[in-house]
Unconditional design. Sequence first.
Length: 134
Amino acid sequence: MIEYEELRADIDRYLMERFKYRKSLAFLTVDNVIATRRNSRVDLYLRIRRIESNFPPDCLIIARLGFSKERVGHGTHFLQFLTEATRKHGFSHIGIECANAKSSSFAKKLGFYSIDGENYAIATTNLISYFSME
């Protein structure tokens, strides 16, 4: 679990800077989940998976991601940050779990592939290419 504390700290710093929080938002659970404390602007739940499951190995899975203000670029900005963070911490994929209609179209726009119709994944190298072309 200690190996993921640095990733949690990076995500926490990002959220605090982006959303102007003074206190820590993100915490790490014993089963390798990074989540945010209750707040009004950000809802985040990330699963860390190093072994293959429905998702590829070395995958950081977005189980829940929501912002109080939608369609203003928070999701895209967070994915840009997460792409660099996953690369820094040795993850080769990012996944989206149980995507609804909005997150499915967001995933497709960014080049994620469908695993089974409701779960999506992408290699971080593909996201790096996507963001470098923007």
